[in-house]
Design a binder for this molecule. Structure first.
Ligand code: SF4
Length: 909
């Protein structure tokens, strides 16, 4: 490929140094001051401006960001946002060192620009028009891009007319009642695993155990349920996909496969290729479904493109429009929109392009027939496998049960998270942020604001003009919603000058929390139990409840009117209007449920506590800044509503995980999955991991680090990472400590060629951080809970897990209540065991992996060591010795591991 010389210099910065290259001169290492001055006076090519800004301590840096150019040239394509990752995506020779990265950026820019003139460039359509718009918006790349794209002979089609329309299909008949033959399931499994590998005994037994779940249930409310603990590596994904796909095909039904993390959702999507290798068939048979807030809303995008967005946000809208023309499904969060793209714009606008607030106007929207969300909803109706997440499955199960068409076959993978997912799904929060959202949904925009927010009256204007009673209900709802918090509520409440009954309630909540909490100066969130409350708060609860009641009534009246309208079916109510009324009804049902929960919560203040719930008051803060204030309610046991709304209505359920039983055995698994609340026998299956943990891993407990000694903690992390030559995942329970450790060691490690990335520090999304970590065996990554539970990095890139201490649960009000109900310290022990097992589980992801797990805590109780797999050597050693052991073991392992990179083991997850 020819490369055109570029007139721009390039800037590259890491924690280890800063380099500038120009097209004709040598690369120079420069000081921070010079780099900032050059960047201010000359546009420079850089890779990921926010990250470079963070490295330089100069957040305002801008320039010609290669990632933006990549997103323009190759929308909906993946690239790890590092020089090495970009080299791979562009088929270029990667730079040999950090210093070489600066001239590489110029070569990469030239290569990308050269593609614009390449007749084989696949993403040409729409590029000329987008380049013209970006030129007007002064996008730094626009001049270079526009001069290379010849004007097309015919005008390019508008995005909104070229996206395909979805088709409505007749409702599917009920799935046929069938029983799966075990032999056939095993044949299907063998086909999925492929001729290159044999299914293993554990995997075959697993598939055989899953198969009967799909048979018709014996009685109403008594689903076939299987709890399956499948050790890492038995290949459980294909183990359940084999019977699930066979049943879906034979019975004509849909199996919902539910995960907790987006990472597994993505992985399942890839595994489904084995079931449906042909892409066209796969599109029809396998659908990934997420909550609405994940998808691009075309109406919001249109607003943004037509002046709704300004400056950088308007450039983002153009790049998102480029992507929208090529995306597989319009999923902006974890789909094929690069996770790094919104962060390049410091989140300016990306969330405003989705339908976060439920303001969809359904068939009233000009893009309804092309809407990504509507397409995914319809595609799921006809699919054989729907890959979704626990929260969405719970919400849909609740809704579909009310509609009389429950989700009847569900596989919950990552089943050990079912409890947590149910906990947040069935929670009630009456807070300022939640209440103002409700106000906006009902009233619509009250001041000049971005986007196309519309209130109830705009969304239902045709209903109002047809039905007087409906119009009166809408007016009454709008009037009643004026009692909810309005813009500026947080400031008024903080100054004790609330406006309206709900703000008055929140002011009393805040005063109570501050009066009781002991760590007001610490800067993080505060909370207190909703017990023994003062008179002022109890007095504020009654008018707040009355205000909510007066909102419930008109909303209920409006629901009745809409239902009557659907029954009457007047002439003007065509298919599209009907869909819009349906949408409004479902929105009203959700809001009515929320209001009922809020009123129940208020009714309890001052009275006796309801033993089924845990209630508390909280002020959410980050670094001292108040973000929200409210009352919280959780089920003491959230698997009760889970069992009622999700499990009982189903026909067949699998709950599976590598750590389902925890240390508490099957009783624990039954309690945490909700099986305990079913009036039906629940089957159990267990297959141990085939991995040889005993020889391939080791646990080191460092005994000589003083608790609370931050410099020593940072020193330990630094030494261990150096000894391993990178490849470390560092896990923390507190963000502040993570940041402090990172600040102390990142520069030193980078100078030694060991990049250190960190969640909560690097201005980039977590998924991309994991991609960067996975891509470089010398990189290390620091993070908190999300990394402990959801990271799948097989191979050489993850060979050392370092945990800063015993992961005890935080002593919150909710935790205290569950601890009291769940056995006191044994309850805490169970949580710690589960967390240790999850963290250890990151280490060995396939048979060839090996590595070390280091716990930096002398206070690790011996009784909890059974959290690690049987036979794993566990040693208590001083730090010096731990460092030596890491160096000795990982340096020799590394040679062994390097041979394995890139080899996938079929059928294994
Ligand atoms: S139908 Fe709703 S979500 Fe879809 S594009 Fe229109 S307004 Fe947005």
């Amino acid at each position: 490929m020819t490369e055109t010389p570029l007139p721009f210099p390039a800037l590259h910065a890491t924690h280890g140094g800063i380099w500038i290259a120009s097209g004709d001169g040598p690369v120079r290492e420069v000081q921070r001051g010079e780099a900032i001055a050059r960047a201010a006076e000359t546009p420079m090519v850089l890779l990921n401006a926010p990250m470079i800004g963070a490295r330089l301590g100069y957040g305002e840096i801008s320039g010609l960001d290669l990632l933006e150019l990549f997103a323009f040239v190759h929308p909906a394509r993946f690239a790890v946002p590092t020089p090495r990752g970009l080299a791979r995506a562009l088929d270029l020779e990667p730079p040999a060192s950090d210093a070489e990265a600066a001239p590489f950026l110029i070569r990469a820019a030239a290569a990308l620009l050269d593609r614009l003139a390449d007749p084989l460039w696949l993403e040409r359509e729409g590029a000329w028009t987008a380049a013209q718009s970006l030129f007007r918006l002064r996008w730094p790349w626009a001049a270079s891009v526009a001069e290379r794209i010849p004007r097309p002979r015919e005008a390019e089609r508008w995005l909104f007319s070229k996206l395909p329309e979805w088709d409505d299909a007749a409702p599917r008949p009920e799935p046929r009642p069938i029983r799966l033959d075990e032999e056939e399931c095993l044949e299907r499994l063998a086909a999925l695993v492929g001729s290159g590998a044999e299914p293993r005994e554990g995997q075959r037994a697993y598939a055989g155990a899953v198969a009967p779940v799909f048979a018709p249930r014996p009685a109403e409310g008594r689903p076939n349920m299987l709890l399956a603990q499948a050790g890492t590596g038995i290949g459980k994904t294909l183990g359940y996909l084999a019977p699930a796909s066979l049943w879906a095909e034979r019975a004509g039904g849909t199996v919902w496969i539910s995960t907790y993390t987006k990472a597994l959702q993505r992985q399942l999507d890839r595994e489904a290729e084995r079931v449906f290798p042909h892409p066209v068939m796969r599109r029809e048979k396998v659908v990934v479904r997420k909550g609405r807030e994940n998808y691009l809303c075309l109406l919001n995008l249109e607003d943004a493109l037509q002046g709704g967005f300004q400056n950088r946000a308007a450039i983002l809208a153009q790049l998102v429009a480029r992507w929208a023309a090529y995306t597989r499904d319009g999923d902006m969060v974890g789909g094929d929109l690069p996770g790094w793209l919104p962060t390049l714009f410091r989140r300016a606008g990306a969330t405003a392009l989705t339908d976060r607030r439920g303001e969809c106007v359904y068939a009233g929207c000009p893009h309804y027939r092309r809407c990504f969300i509507e397409r995914s909803v319809r595609a799921a109706e006809g699919a054989e496998l729907v890959i979704a997440n626990h929260a969405l499955v719970m919400l849909l199960a609740e809704r579909r049960r009310a509609e009389g068409r429950p989700l009847d076959r569900i596989v919950f993978d990552e089943g050990h998270h079912l409890f947590d997912a149910a906990d947040s799904t069935f929670a009630a929060i009456l807070s300022g942020q939640e209440a103002i959202e409700l106000r906006r949904w009902i009233i619509g925009p009250e001041s000049r604001s971005r986007g196309r927010r519309r209130g109830l009256s705009a969304r239902l204007s045709d209903v109002a003009s047809y039905d007087d009673e409906g119009a009166l209900a809408i007016e009454a709802a709008i009037e009643a919603a004026r009692a909810l918090p309005a813009d500026g509520w947080l400031g008024r409440v903080a100054e004790d000058a609330p406006s309206g009954p709900i703000e008055a309630l929140l002011a009393a909540v805040r005063a109570t929390v501050f009066a009781r909490a002991s760590a007001q100066d610490a800067g993080y969130g505060l909370e207190t139990e909703a017990a023994e409350l003062e008179g002022a708060l109890i007095e504020a609860a009654a008018p707040a409840a009355a205000a909510l009641e007066s909102l419930v009534r008109p909303l209920a009246r409006l629901r009745q009117r809409l239902e009557a309208l659907l029954e009457d079916g007047p002439d003007w109510l065509d298919g599209q209007a009907r869909a819009r009324v349906d949408g409004a009804l479902s929105g009203l049902a959700n809001r009515s449920r929320t209001l009922a929960a809020w009123i129940a919560l208020l009714a309890r203040l001052g009275g006796p506590a309801d033993p089924d719930f845990v209630d508390w008051l909280a002020v959410d803060r980050v670094e001292g800044r108040e973000l929200d204030i409210g009352l919280h309610r959780r089920w003491l046991d959230p698997t009760r509503p889970l069992a009622e709304t999700v499990l009982q209505p189903a026909q067949g359920l699998v709950v599976t995980s590598a750590t389902l039983k925890g240390a508490g055995g099957w009783d624990h698994a039954e309690a945490r999955s909700g099986a305990i609340h079913l009036d039906a026998p629940v089957r159990r299956f267990e297959a141990p991991s085939p991995f040889d943990y005993r020889t391939r891993s080791e646990v080191l407990i460092v005994t000589d680090l003083k608790r609370g000694d931050l410099p020593a903690l940072a020193g330990a992390y630094g030494r261990l990472i150096e000894a391993a030559g990178g490849g470390a995942l560092g896990l923390f329970t507190a963000i502040q400590r993570l940041k402090a450790v990172h600040a102390r060691i990142a520069d030193r490690l980078a100078r030694g060629g060991l990049p250190l990335h960190a969640q909560h520090v690097d201005p980039i999304d977590t998924g991309t951080l994991v991609d960067i970590f996975r891509d470089d065996p010398r990189a290390s990554l620091l993070g908190t809970d999300a990394l402990r539970d959801g990271v799948d990095v097989p191979g050489d890139s993850l060979r050392l897990v370092i945990m800063e201490g015993v992961p005890w649960p935080r002593p919150t009000v909710l935790h205290a209540a569950r601890r009291a109900a769940g056995g006191g310290s044994a309850f805490d022990d169970g949580i710690v065991r589960a967390r240790l097992a999850q963290a250890f589980g990151r280490l060995i992801r396939r048979a060839e992996d090996s590595g070390l797990f280091v716990l930096l805590s002398a206070a690790m109780p011996s009784r909890l060591l059974d959290a690690f797999p049987d036979g794993v050597p566990i040693r208590r050693v001083p730090l010096d010795e731990a460092v030596k052991m890491v160096a000795a073991r990982l340096s020799s392992d590394t040679q062994f591991r390097h041979q394995d990179i890139g080899q996938e083991t079929p059928g294994i997850r």
